[in-house]
Design a protein around this ligand. Structure first.
Ligand code: FAD
Length: 317
């Protein structure tokens, strides 16, 4: 379980990563080859995102932007099983409210339980198009806290239509998302924090933060949690900025601030290669400061690519 791994992290934080399934029709071998170099650093657990449809914007020859619906990245459960057997790591599938009825979720959890997967991160899921209103499926969950409650119920042997001593209990360790700089939909940091408490009360065992580039936001968030009786581990999520454009789009998509010096340096970079080097150096410094603070793990949003993550992690671990 993730919490057991975290409890064992003594002097050094754990190296952990998040990967994404290949686009539909992609091959699992390519994914496994892509992530294999990171196994050298022995991540005890790997998060596998769950993706529904995504929209991308393509610039057409006449300069207009065309919205294109990309096919979904299926395969989270299969990838979890494959990485568990190939790399002997504990997979952490993300599970979503969006696109699932409660019954679908129960079936998914039963599958994961059969496979011996003992961790999940329970999320609401993104809207199909950025900034659209989230719509739950009929008889699905609207908020991550409700999904967490369903997993916690199954851990007690309470299924949707039956509560019986004959039914086996699952034993999932449950992670939930946290937003040190506020979730983009929430009208204030305080309201978002009240909603975070609902996830903890529903049974979240640990939190993973949205990416941030200013460590002070994480430190303030942890302080606020501890002052409000939230004592579960809070894993910092880290993204290594790797293109000039990301300095413009990440703050908008994820509702976060880039520290001014960092943003200016990236802006002045001659090309993406130079921007990536600035991103790597920034992240190394972030990691060093987070380690001094005593974080239990450093969790990298890798998009299943090794190069930049290794450039940072080899300086740290
Ligand atoms: P929630 O906790 O449900 O919060 C969503 C919004 O609703 C917030 O604004 C919150 O303040 C508000 N809210 C919560 N409860 C209530 C309530 N009871 N009443 C009123 N308002 C409420 N997306 C994917 O699609 N796939 C992934 O694999 C994935 N992995 C992620 C991993 C991490 C670590 C993080 C940080 C995010 C990930 N996401 C993923 C993105 C995530 O799905 C989105 O950020 C989503 O918009 C919110 O998810 P949540 O679980 O935080 O939602």
């Amino acid at each position: 379980k993730v919490t057991e791994h975290l409890a064992k992290a003594n002097e050094k934080p754990i190296f952990s990563i998040e990967i994404i399934p290949p686009a539909k029709g992609g091959k699992i071998d390519e994914l496994l080859n892509d992530i294999e170099p990171m196994m050298e650093l022995k991540p005890p657990f790997i998060d596998v995102t769950y993706q529904r449809e995504e929209y991308v914007y393509k610039t057409m020859p006449d300069g207009t932007q065309k919205e294109i619906k990309k096919r979904k990245r299926a395969g989270t459960v299969g990838i979890c099983s494959a990485i568990m057997h190939k790399f002997n790591v504990d997979p952490v599938p993300h599970i979503l409210c969006g696109g699932f009825t409660k019954e679908d979720t129960e079936d998914l959890l039963i599958d994961l339980n059969f496979l011996g997967v003992e961790n999940v991160v329970a999320l609401r899921g993104d809207t199909a198009k950025p900034f659209n209103e989230f719509k739950a499926k009929k008889d699905g969950h609207s908020y991550a806290s409700e999904l967490i409650e369903q997993v916690a119920d199954m851990n007690k042997g309470i299924y949707l239509h039956e509560e019986s001593t004959y039914l086996s209990k699952s034993d999932f360790c449950i992670g939930a998302a946290a937003y040190p700089e506020k979730h983009y939909e929430a009208i204030s940091l305080d309201i978002d924090f009240e909603n975070l408490k609902k996830k903890v009360d529903a049974g979240a065992d640990y939190l993973v933060t949205q990416m941030f580039f200013d460590n002070q936001k994480y430190f303030d968030f942890v302080k606020k949690c501890r002052e409000n009786n939230i004592h579960i581990p809070i894993i910092p999520g880290l993204k290594i900025l790797s293109t000039k454009r990301q300095s413009e789009i990440l703050p908008k998509i994820f509702y976060l601030d880039l520290p001014e010096t960092f943003a200016n340096d990236v802006k002045k970079a001659n090309d993406d290669k130079a921007a990536r080097q600035i991103g790597i150096e920034w992240c190394i410094n972030q990691c060093k400061e987070l380690m001094a603070f005593g974080v239990p793990a450093l969790h990298f949003y890798t998009m299943s690519k090794s190069t930049t993550t290794l450039a940072v992690a080899k300086e740290i671990f």
